[in-house]
Structures are given as structure tokens and as C-alpha cells.
Design a binder for this molecule. Sequence first.
Ligand SMILES: Nc1ncnc2c1ncn2[C@@H]1O[C@H](COP(=O)(O)OP(=O)(O)OP(=O)(O)O)[C@@H](O)[C@H]1O
Ligand SMILES: [Mg+2]
Length: 423
Amino acid sequence: MTAKILVVDDEPLLEYVIQQKFRQKIRAKEFEFLFANNGKQALEKLAENPAIELVLTDINMPEMDGLTLLEKLAEGDRTLKAVVVSAYGDLSNIRTAMNRGAFDFLTKPIDFRDMEIIIQRTLDFVKRTREDLTKLQQTQTQLIQNEKMASIGQLIAGVAHEINNPVSFISGNLDHARNYFKDLLHIINLYQKHCQDNLQEIEAEIEALDLPFILEDLPQMLDSMTEGTDRIRHLSESLRTFSRADSSNRVSFNLHAGIDSTLIILRHRLKGNDNRPEIQVIREYGELPEVQCYPGPLNQVFMNIIANAIDALDESSLKKVKGEIENNLETHPNQITIKTAAIAETDTDRKMAAIRILDNGLGMTAEIQKQIFEHLFTTKPVGQGTGLGLSISRQIIIEKHEGNIKCISSPGEGTEFIIEIPL
Ligand SMILES: Nc1ncnc2c1ncn2[C@@H]1O[C@H](COP(=O)(O)OP(=O)(O)OP(=O)(O)O)[C@@H](O)[C@H]1O
Ligand SMILES: [Mg+2]
């Protein structure tokens, strides 16, 4: 990685001298120098180039001097470091500069070997600080997410458990109700056969209540109640599969069950809405043995990626409805395809379970694709996306499972995520 260094000095010749003295490092792409004539220009350059790691600044300059610049720098990115260049023996300015957060100082006339050493040392420091900061941010995200998932997991598992009890007494009683109904029917039939008194009155009542209809409808009603309770039971099972909170130990887990439970939880989002019909989910599952993994976090990855695919399809459908792109929803329905297979990893030959999740939504540009796994990167409006989904997924797959995750996408065509977990 080329280190970007901003040199701030009102001496026009300095740019030439620096390019000369450091030409090898510049050619080797180790250093890239940017130049500004005063503090004000320096701040503008910094705003344009957030990747600048080091500012080398003179003290006396027109418009904004070096000491004021240091003050402004302290308000911005704390990982950026400044080195001041001052006249030899100008101890009072050097002291002020150090008090304002300068990392080091150089004296004029500049000794370029000295300069190189100081540049290198400062860059190392900045690099380490930035790495530590990134790690810290990732740990923080992971902690927040773990905490959130653990409590959501517990909640879901609790609710699923609470649902199970009432559902099982409904479904248990439905069987009895069906039997009682049969018994009552039998008795009615017996009455009809043997009871000859007041026949007219009974027949009038049978007519009024439409007994044949009741006899036909009641069993159907009971069947649909059974179907309803079965569905609730299925849902609560999926909730429990999904929220398996065993994130501290690896356990044996059926990935297909994980994906299916995730799809059930996302069912309300897959259904049709004002802008589009229901999203078709195509499952092409291969033969996969159970995988030793952390089921809760892994389901979270499936959830993040499938939710992103639904977002992408929602967005493209909206554009189609608005007429911004060709509306081919009839001929090219929204689809999410999930394929699984056992494969051998390309360079190592490790046996892996590969899960590929494809959507035919808007896709993304190469520029966006480069950033999607970054912490807090999102293209979605505030309130809709936090930019955490994929950075967390990456951590879960790469760090927690020693697997791989990558993305292939082209604008207008769609997106594919490939996840590989060691078997
Ligand atoms: N299937 C996809 N199709 C198109 N763009 C995608 C797809 N998946 C991810 N992206 C892009 O990657 C970005 C980052 O995704 P990520 O899941 O990390 O965050 P997010 O979805 O924006 O927010 P959230 O934290 O709620 O998940 C998205 O904002 C989007 O631009
Ligand atoms: Mg997301």
C-alpha cells in the first residue's frame, strides 16, 4: 500500500527537491507526496484525500500557519499524525507544536536522511493505530451483534416454546372433537332411523339448519384447523432451529435445515406486494453431510444475505414499476436461487460445503462491490440499512468458521454470494 504524505510549505522549490530525494520510494509506490502552500490548502487536500496518513508542515506560512493547522487537525481524524518542520533552535514553536499534538519535529535546513527516518517511524505508528482501531471497531460490532442475537435468540426460543403448549392442546383436542363428531353423527342417524314421533317437526328443523351442509362442512373445518395448527408447529420449530444459541461450541448441524428455517422466517418478505409478485425461491440442494459449526451465527449469515437479495429485488421491482428500467417482471420473475454442494477448496483441497445464493436483482458496480464487506458501508437510506450485515457475515464465516465468502455481481444482471464452510 502506498503511503500518502501531505507536505505543507510555502517554499515552491521544496516540492521539486522532495520528488528528487524520494524518487526511488515514489517509483516503488511506497510513498506518494501531495503538496499544499499553507494550512488552509492543506485542510482542503485532506478533505479530498481521507487516506493521507502523515502531514509534514512548516510553521510560518501565509493565510494559515502550521500551529493553527495542528489545532484544526486535532479536531479531525485522530489517527492522522503531523510532523512539524521548524527553524533550528526555535524551541518555543516546537514546544507549542508538540503541545498541540505534533508527533515529531524536523529542523531546517532539512536533513533528508533524518526526514526519511522520521517519516517511516510516523507512518508505522499511524498504520498500527489504524489497524488497532479497525480491530476494535470489529470487536465492538461483533459484541453488539452477539449480544443482540443472543437476546433475540432467547426471546425467539422462548416464544416458540410458549406457542408449542397451546398449539399441542388445540391439535390434541381436534382429534377428540373429530371422534366426538363421528359419535354424534352416529346417534343422529340412529334417531332418524328409529324415532317416528313428531317426525315433521324434526324434518322442518333439519331443513332450516341445512343439516347435510353442516355434516359436510364440519369435518372440513376440523381439517383446516388441523392444517393451521400444523403450520404453527412447523413455524415454531423453524424459529427454534433458527435461534439455536449455541455460539460457544461447534455442533453438528444440517445446513439445509438452517437455510429452510431462515426462509420461513423471511416468508413475509418474500410474499408479493404492491410493486411485485411473490419472489420465487429455487432450491438446488446437493448432498451435504452435517457440518460442525456454530448454527446460530451461521443462520444469521444466511439471513443477512437472503435479506440483501430481497432488498435488491425490491429495489429493482420498484424501478420497473416506475418505468426507470424495462419492466420484465412477467418474463423475468424475481428469483432467489440457493445451491449447495460438497466441493474441494481451490488451492488447498480442503473439503468444503459450498452454499451459493443468487438473485436476479439490480446487481452492483465494481466500485460498490469492493466495499460491501466494510464495516458500516451501505448504499441504503438511513433507517433501511446500517451496513453491518455483510461485515458481520464476513467475520462469522472467515474468523469463526475458517471458511470463505465472496461476491460476484454485475450491474443489471444480479448478484451471487458464495460461502464455503470446512467440512
Ligand atoms: N444482493 C445484493 N444486490 C445488490 N447489492 C447488494 C446485495 N447485497 C449487498 N449489496 C450491497 O452491499 C451493501 C452492504 O450490505 P450490508 O448487508 O453489509 O449492509 P446493508 O444491507 O446496507 O445494511 P444492514 O446492516 O441492514 O444489512 C448494501 O448496502 C448494498 O449496496
Ligand atoms: Mg444487509
